[in-house]
Design a binder for this molecule. Sequence first.
Ligand code: WQD
Length: 332
Amino acid sequence: MKILVTGGTGYIGSHTCVELLNNGYEVVIVDNFSNSKPDVLDKIKEITSKDVIFYEGDVCDKELMNKIFDEQKIDAVIHFAGYKAVGESVKLPLMYYRNNLDSTITLCEVMSSHNVKKLVFSSSATVYGSPKNLPIKEDFPLSTTNPYGTTKLMIEGILKDLYISDNEWSIAVLRYFNPIGAHESGLIGENPNDIPNNLMPYIVKVATGELECLSVFGNDYDTKDGTGVRDYIHVVDLSKGHLKAIEKVNSSNGIDYYNLGTGNGYSVLEIVENFSKVNGVKVNYKITDRRPGDIAECYADPSYAKEKLDWAAEKGIEEMCRDAYRFVMRNK
Ligand code: WQD
């Protein structure tokens, strides 16, 4: 089977390509390197000893997308490509709506015209907004608090309407919680070029001395220790969830939604403590004001993904912390 992976040189995309190749799939990647580097292609080859077929370009480019589907016999698509920084989306909403919506609509138009109707879509737990209850189940109310999250929610609606218009589609919408960590080889991982928005990449840069001190955004939340609680999931576990989703869209039509989380919530201070313990490094931090838009607590009920996809996360927080640090130390 040949899978097109949009955004396949990105953090989650590259890890998913490794799992696809290691499980006998052929992989075609389209990526414009807006949030990744070309050498990821070499790293994927080094890990798997397999080649991918690569097209450089933008999923919004309909001519390019038609060329890919004309030249490659694509069986299914995993759609990662999109902007994903919450803070940036607040500052540049039009760029987010244009890119994330246009790329998805273009992709679906080209898929439809080539009669390829199996799609796995990269959504986010951010569509649940600030949940009233925990753990979060897929049928919880949906609301968003930033343009990035709203693009994900709007795309979920577009895909639902697409399936209603044509029941030949088979769509799995994966709602990620907080992906962290890196492949055990240390060859691929998350290493943002600028100042990281997310917790783990920031902790890693403080541990390596690249950044001076972690700001803990508030310790006055109604949580176990006052700091924000999230459901951190190893990026390799998350990637394996995509393989299960591909199997699912291959086996039946329809659209369905799956929480990909561990079901465990860790606070910011617990992450700092685990990271320091596992890697034997100090992480300087200070308590600062809350970050606008943050919610107190968020973690998944992953039982539906277990029931329908036969998938569950397996790696613990120690492995996530160890793998995250190994990657950055190997690539300093
Ligand atoms: C985690 C916790 C912060 C940085 C976002 C998006 C989500 C997904 C993952 C794309 C929170 C605290 C963080 C720091 C801190 N992105 N924190 N100091 O906000 O849960 O989710 O990223 O798909 O859609 O919403 O992740 O890592 O930014 O924050 O104290 O320097 O760490 O307050 O409690 P978040 P995060």
